[in-house]
Design a protein around this ligand. Structure first.
Ligand SMILES: [Zn+2]
Ligand SMILES: [Zn+2]
Length: 81
């Protein structure tokens, strides 16, 4: 079983060179990618929700695009009311 342990140590050393996110354990090869992930992806929860269904988007334009694609009928109906 000794050779198995050696392989395990090798993997650990390789992984430690990556920059890991503390919240979701995603790994990045450089620090800039990690900090961009933390600021724009990980630290920002998807809080915007579609008013017609349970679709949740991170950005306003995602919701607008989704509503235009999926709820074109509902949107036109609500305009007439
Ligand atoms: Zn993360
Ligand atoms: Zn929707």
């Amino acid at each position: 079983m000794w050779h198995l342990n050696t392989i395990g140590i090798g993997v650990t050393l390789k992984e430690s060179r990556l920059f890991k996110c503390q919240s979701c354990h995603r790994a990045y090869r450089n620090k800039r990618s990690l900090s961009r992930h933390i600021q724009k992806e990980c630290g920002v929860p998807p809080t915007l929700q579609c008013s017609f269904c349970s679709y949740v988007g991170r950005y306003n334009h995602c919701i607008t695009l989704h509503m235009r694609k999926k709820h074109a009928r509902e949107l036109s109906l609500s305009n007439y009311c």
